[in-house]
Every structure is written in C-alpha cells, then in structure tokens.
Design a protein around this ligand. Structure first.
Ligand code: GBH
Length: 485
C-alpha cells in the first residue's frame, strides 16, 4: 500500500462540482433581488436557442437544500458556486443599499455546506452584472465607476462571508465577458458591431476595454482582500480564466504555432507576468488599453493561484481575421478527415483528454502557480431529446471524465504539476446561457417540468473516481471514529 500513495492525488485535494448563480437560482424577483443584465437579455427574442429565460432555471434559490443533499450524497469535498451581485446590492453601486435577505441566503448556504463538511469555493462574478449599473453608466465599459463598484461589492462579501469562505474567485472567464458580451454580442449585454444583432457597439474596441476593466476590478479587489482580510481570515483569492488547448492542424508552417494564445494569454499574462502578450499588442496597436505604472503594480501577481476552466482542444491553422482567436482558425477535423474526438452537443466542444494534460503542463510551466481546475465538462449530443431513463446513461460524458481525470492524475503524479482542486461542470443541468435549456452539462439530470434531479452515470463515475484516487486522510479517519489501526 505504502508505495501506492504516490500514485494518488494528495489528501487535501479539493474536488466537487461547479454552478453559477444565474444558471441555477431562478426566483429572480424574490427577496429584494435586483435585475441582472441577463434578466432582460435572455427575454429578448432570439437571444436564447429555445427562447427561454432564467426566471426559474433549476429553482435552486428555493431548492438549495435539495442541492445540498445531492452534494452530500455525492460525497464531494467542495462546492463551487457564485454569488449574485444583484441579490447583495440590488442596484449594484457603492452608494446603493445592501440587501440583508440576499446576504442571508448565501450565509445560510455557506453555513449548511460547512456543517456538512463541504468547503465553499465562491465566485464573486459569473456574468450577472446588476442591470442598474448597465443603465447608470454602461457597466463594464466605464472604468472609473465599475472598478470602484465592484471592489465595494467584493468588500461586502469578504466582510460578511469571509469568516467562513476561504477560497475566492473574483471573476469567471473575463474572455467570455468581453468577447461574447461585446464582440459577438451573444451574451449580455449583447453589444456588437453586427447591426443585425445590436443597435450599437464597437467590436474592434469594446471587448478589449471591457477586458482591461475586468482585470483592474479583479486586481483591486484582490489587493483589498490580501491587505485587509487575508491575514485575519486565512483565505486565498484568485481569478478563473477560460482556455482550451491547441494543436497544430498539420505540419505545414501555416499551422498555428500559437493557437491557444488568444484566450489563454490575454488575461493570464498581465495578471501573472505583468504585461499583455506581444502578439496582442501587435495585433491591436492603439486599440489595446494600457495600464499605468501604478495599475500594473496592482495587476501583476494579483491572483494567488491559476483558476482554470477548460473543455476541449482545437486544431489550429494560421489565418482568418478573428481577433478573438488571435487570427487563427480552429477545426476538429484532421487533415485526413477524421475527427479529433467525440462531438458534444455544442459545436465548440469535442472530447480530447491528452490536450487537458498538455494544457495543465503548459500553464504550470508558464506561470508557476498552483492550479485549481474550476470547470471541466461535456454536453452529450441530443441529451435534451432523450427520455430521462436514457439520458441517465450518459456514456459520452463518462468517457470524457475518464479521460480528463486520468490526465489530471498523470499531470500531478508523473509531471509534477501542482494541482490543488478539480470541479466538474456542472452539478446539474442548468440554464446554458445563449443555449437556453437545450444544452445540458450536468452530471445530474434536471426534469424542468418537475425540477426533480436524477444522478447520471457520470455523477457516479466522477465521485467514485475521486474517492479511489485521493490519498486517504489517516489522521482524520482515526480521529473520526474507532476504526481499524
Ligand atoms: C463555461 O464557459 C461557463 O463558465 C459556464 O457558465 C458554462 O455553462 C459552461 O462553460 C458550458 O458552456 O464560444 O464559440 O467562441 C465555457 C466557455 C465556451 C469559452 C466555448 C470558449 C469557445 C468557442 N467557453 N468558447 S465560442
């Protein structure tokens, strides 16, 4: 037994499932919650695939105890969820009133998680900006206002929850906030240069401005935490970035050498290294905002770990004019016509686990920070059209997690990558943004008529896998009971 220990994940490895407030809570008009930018956006014609909004979602604002029972039945060590800013400060701003009912909701959730031995991993911002700030001054476009308002909101969360929450994520995926919200215009607030989608917006400048402002908001909130709360509360703070691995399409010189730079480096380089990547400066010229020396000082080193959301691997070729992809083209079809992996329900996702291991190695070598995989998951093709009983046999998702968990283990035990946690996306099917309820990412099936939850095979796989592949905590086992020596 003794020499098997090194082939496992360390005993304090955190694992569990992730969700986000707007995707699960519903009850959008309850207990003083203000509107978020997703409320009206998801109700506009054509914004979601099925025309449905987030008013009910998985009803988790009311059913949170059921969700907690589910987490307990899965035996997770940790749960990643997000706080809805507009429940805490309904209008959003630093001079607007705080909503005690909103505080109470998350406070209860946190207390009950802890009582069941589940460690909360909390995202402060998973895309649901208070509508009040969008209306008042243009939300993320307005650096002077939004940075202060975000920091104030974060401060309230540290003050009210920080005695119990030890793991903070400032933001989920700034790339998506910027590019989908202000480039493609497919996410709230839906701005874009595409006049068929949006009456105003400028795709060539706004996403970069918004990204810049998100970095600053993150950095100043992180500074505040580290200076005023960290020591007393003993927690840590970081950011979660999305990024997928890239492989060259073929061995021609046009095959992109820097395929995955666009989503990976745009945010990570400033935050961990203190500057925007060279290719981005070249590509954007004066359209790329600059940090003052003082700001840079705050930005550099502002994340204590690398929060990593990753789903797939792309084959890359130079060319095309998609700046958000760093002007490379993506495909899943190899030169010989075969597919890289199994196709998911959404076009952007195929199952290719070796890329996950390579990405972990790449990020660890580049930034030298402990990594938490904060999202990783798969949407099974046509799962939404299957009867429940059939959907529960989610073989493609099981296969996906078999691949990524074994890549995770190899990265830790063979490659020496410092990975501290893994959260599968998602605890349950939920409101999948522009896809509405069509695309299901859950390890738990949700019947949206009854809100009943049914564990899928993938839930069983993931839970079993982590139980078997984490070193046993001998001390706490013997402390917990009179079990064998
Ligand atoms: C995550 O984002 C989100 O954090 C989570 O809320 C969401 O439910 C989950 O994924 C599943 O979608 O978008 O066509 O330009 C994943 C974000 C999606 C970002 C795919 C990169 C690339 C292709 N990634 N995207 S496209």
């Amino acid at each position: 037994m003794a020499n098997k220990i090194s082939s496992r994940l360390p005993k304090d490895f955190l694992w569990g499932f992730a969700t986000a407030s707007f995707q699960i809570e519903g009850s959008t008009q309850v207990d003083g919650r203000g509107k978020s930018i997703w409320d009206d956006f998801s109700k506009k014609p054509g914004k979601t695939l099925d025309g449905r909004d987030g008013d009910v979602a998985t009803d988790s604002y009311r059913l949170w105890k059921d969700d907690l029972d589910l987490l307990v039945s899965y035996g997770v060590k940790s749960y990643r969820f997000s706080i809805a800013w507009s429940r805490i400060i309904p209008l959003g701003g630093r001079n607007d009133p705080v909503n005690e009912a909103g505080i109470r909701f998350y406070s209860n959730l946190i207390d009950n998680l802890l009582a069941r031995g589940i460690i909360p991993f909390v995202t402060l911002y998973h895309w649901d900006l208070p509508q009040g700030l969008e209306d008042r001054y243009g939300g993320w476009l307005n650096k002077e206002e939004i940075v202060k308002d975000y920091v104030n909101y974060a401060k309230i969360c540290f003050e009210r929850f920080g005695n119990r929450v030890k793991n903070w994520l400032t933001f989920n995926e700034p790339w998506c906030i910027s590019v989908h919200g202000y480039g493609h215009g497919v996410f709230a607030p839906g701005r874009s240069s595409d006049r068929t989608r949006c009456p105003e917006g400028d795709t060539s400048t706004e996403p970069w401005l918004v990204g810049h402002n998100v970095i600053l908001a993150h950095a100043y909130a992180s500074k505040l935490y580290r200076e005023e709360f960290k020591q007393a509360q003993g927690g840590q703070i970081g950011i979660t970035l999305n990024g997928d691995w890239a492989l060259p399409y073929d061995d021609s010189p046009e095959s992109a050498s820097r395929g995955s730079d666009a989503d990976l480096l745009t945010f990570a380089d400033p935050i961990y290294l203190g500057h925007y990547p060279e290719y981005l400066k070249e590509m954007l010229g004066s359209r790329l905002p600059t940090f003052t020396a003082e700001e840079l000082h705050v930005v550099k080193g502002s994340s204590e770990f690398y929060g990593m959301n990753t789903y797939t691997t792309n084959l890359c070729m130079a060319g095309g004019d998609n700046e958000f992809q760093g002007k490379v083209k993506y495909t899943f079809t190899r030169p010989d016509g075969t597919q890289l992996g199994t196709q998911a329900h959404c076009a952007w996702l195929q199952d290719y686990a070796p890329g996950f291991r390579q990405l972990l190695n790449y990020l660890y070598k580049r930034y030298r920070k402990p990594i938490y995989v904060t999202e990783n998951g798969f949407a099974v093709k046509d799962e939404n059209n299957k009867p429940v009983e059939e959907a529960l046999s989610d073989y493609d998702r099981v296969h996906y997690f078999q691949g990524t968990t074994s890549s995770l283990l190899s990265a830790v035990v063979e490659d020496g990558v410092d990975i501290r946690g893994y959260f599968a996306w998602s605890l349950m099917d939920n409101f999948e943004w522009a896809d509405g309820y069509v695309t299901r990412f859950g390890v738990t099936y949700v019947d949206y008529e009854t809100q009943k939850r049914y564990p899928k095979d993938s839930a069983r796989f993931v839970c079993q896998w982590f139980k078997e592949n984490i070193e046993k905590d001998e001390s706490s086992e013997s402390a917990a009971g009179p079990s064998a020596p």
